[in-house]
Ligand binder design. Structure first.
Ligand code: ZN
Length: 102
């Protein structure tokens, strides 16, 4: 997932402010990091963040979760494509074409 510095940069580009407190709250404590990325808690945590830092901070919190999900999925997709390519090469099937049903 992107480092905090990337999240700060994204927030600055989007709002002109880095929202460091929000991003450090989400990513800063290794023991609470997974819980703070739990999308089932977005309402609860989002409400808390909005009350403490305002509506724009709430949007940056949601954007942070979004950017982390995207980065993680991209990483998984890359690993999966490499694993498939490696497996096909291992069995000499790199030129395998999957026929479409007619
Ligand atoms: Zn994060």
């Amino acid at each position: 997932m992107p480092p905090i510095s990337d999240h700060l940069k994204t927030s600055i580009e989007r709002t002109g402010k880095d929202y460091r407190d929000v991003h450090e709250w989400i990513d800063g404590d290794p023991e609470k990091k997974a819980e703070r990325h739990d999308i089932t808690k977005i309402y609860e945590y989002g409400k808390m963040i909005e009350e403490k830092y305002g509506k724009e901070a709430l949007e940056e919190y949601i954007q942070h979760i979004h950017d982390d999900v995207r980065a993680k999925v991209n990483h998984i997709q890359h690993d999966l494509e490499k694993a498939i390519a490696d497996t096909l090469a291992y069995f000499g099937l790199s030129n395998l074409k999957i026929k479409e049903k007619q």
